[in-house]
Design a protein around this ligand. Structure first.
Ligand code: ADP
Ligand code: MG
Length: 367
């Protein structure tokens, strides 16, 4: 990759980078001055180009340190970090940070700048012309769901809700179209409902723009929902496990990971599969008449007949569908999409999803 290739990349949100923008930690250790314990201990992981990796672990586990080593807010003690083929030490901190979008908890917006001025921070430093900055700002507000954009441009952060500030923070981090995003508990301060909305928004953006993303969270459910792969750090900054959510949940590397995942580990796995996937797998097995087959499998004496099973949508996770089936005391669910009946799934299919079949793990789909 040459420098000119970097600068001529179109700054549109939809441009999927073909450059190598992986983040590689190569035996990285950080010990803060005056400390004997390591904050991060011999970390070696690769975040592949376009991948979203969540870094999780208990407070003090070295997550923020790992992130800040990448943009050189913190200096390495030993080891090497590369973005693509470039050692981060070969760039000045300023050059380096131009290639990195950084979003943090509480959004970190400048309170005396308007929304538009906040988003324009890096493009202004890069001396983009006014028209280009204006167009990019509007494009980003659309992308993060703050529309109509004219309603938001001139507001100050103090005039926004937490979720709206967070969206502007993400827009600002994306502004100069950096190939890499670092996010440090960006949704940590949000209430649960706003949090889900902003997570969904961010996942949509991530799928559209495909930036290499290292995302810190202490919330394992957030990591399971968002991540292609999860890196779990334990106290002392040691890597406990690095794998897909499905693998981590199915095969925790040690007692620390199992405890960190919690007693609901089995249920959390059900959040990785949708009803639509189970329905498709059932069709494969049963042939062309899933409804009759599912209804036929209903046990005699079942108090709720298949025709009265609760309705679930195809996009629901198995965990959500199971909750409805349990509340209805039923043996399965009717899968609906915009008012039409797609088929049925049985209780057994909901609790033993196709992901349990090693040949069909979500890992295969994610890599
Ligand atoms: N500037 C600093 N000086 C000294 N120790 C620090 C500094 N920043 C973090 N630490 C220590 O490094 C360890 C990891 O901290 P941090 O990376 O913030 O963890 P996390 O983000 O996982 O909560 C902790 O023990 C913390 O006290
Ligand atoms: Mg932290």
């Amino acid at each position: 990759m040459t420098e000119s290739a970097t600068t001529t990349m179109p700054a549109t949100s939809t441009a999927r980078s073909t450059r190598n923008s992986s983040i590689v930690f190569d035996n990285v250790t950080k010990t803060y001055p005056g400390q004997t314990a390591h904050a991060l201990d011999s970390l070696s992981i690769e975040v592949r180009s376009g991948e979203l990796v969540c870094l999780v672990g208990p407070s003090g586990g070295g997550k923020t340190t790992a992130l800040q080593l990448v943009n050189r807010l913190v200096d390495l003690s030993s080891g090497e970090i590369r973005i693509g083929d470039t050692n981060i030490m070969d760039l000045s901190p300023i050059e380096l940070r131009r290639t990195i979008g950084y979003a943090i908890q509480q959004s970190g917006l400048f309170p005396h700048y308007t929304v538009a001025e906040n988003i324009a921070t890096v493009p202004t430093i890069l001396k983009w012309d006014r028209k280009r900055i204006e167009a990019r700002t509007k494009e980003l507000l659309e992308l993060v769901g703050l529309t109509p954009v004219e309603n938001w441009l001139k507001r100050y952060p103090g005039q926004l809700s937490g979720g709206q500030q967070q969206r502007v923070g993400i827009a600002r981090a994306l502004a100069a179209d950096p190939p890499v995003m670092l996010m440090d508990e960006p949704f940590g301060a949000l209430d649960p409902i706003t949090r889900v909305a902003v997570q969904d928004e961010f996942l949509d953006i991530h799928r559209a723009v495909g930036k290499t993303t290292l995302f810190v969270t202490h919330d394992i459910d957030e990591a399971i929902k968002m991540a292609d792969r999860i890196a779990i750090l334990k106290p002392g900054g040691l890597l406990a496990q690095y794998d897909t959510p499905a693998e981590v949940l199915a095969r925790p590397a040690d007692d620390f990971v199992a405890e960190f995942l919690g007693a609901e580990r089995g249920l959390k796995r059900l959040a990785l599969t949708t009803v639509a996937e189970v329905l498709a797998a059932g069709r494969d097995r049963r042939g062309s008449s899933p409804v009759a087959a599912a209804a036929g499998s209903t046990e005699a004496g079942n108090p709720v007949s298949a025709a009265e099973w609760p309705e679930v949508s195809a996009t629901m996770t198995l965990r959500e569908a199971l909750s409805l089936v349990s509340a209805a005391h039923a043996q399965g669910a009717r899968v609906m999409d915009a008012g039409s009946h797609l088929g049925d799934v049985t209780l057994h299919e909901l609790i033993c999803p196709p992901a349990d079949d090693p040949a069909r793990t979500t890992e295969g789909a994610r890599i």
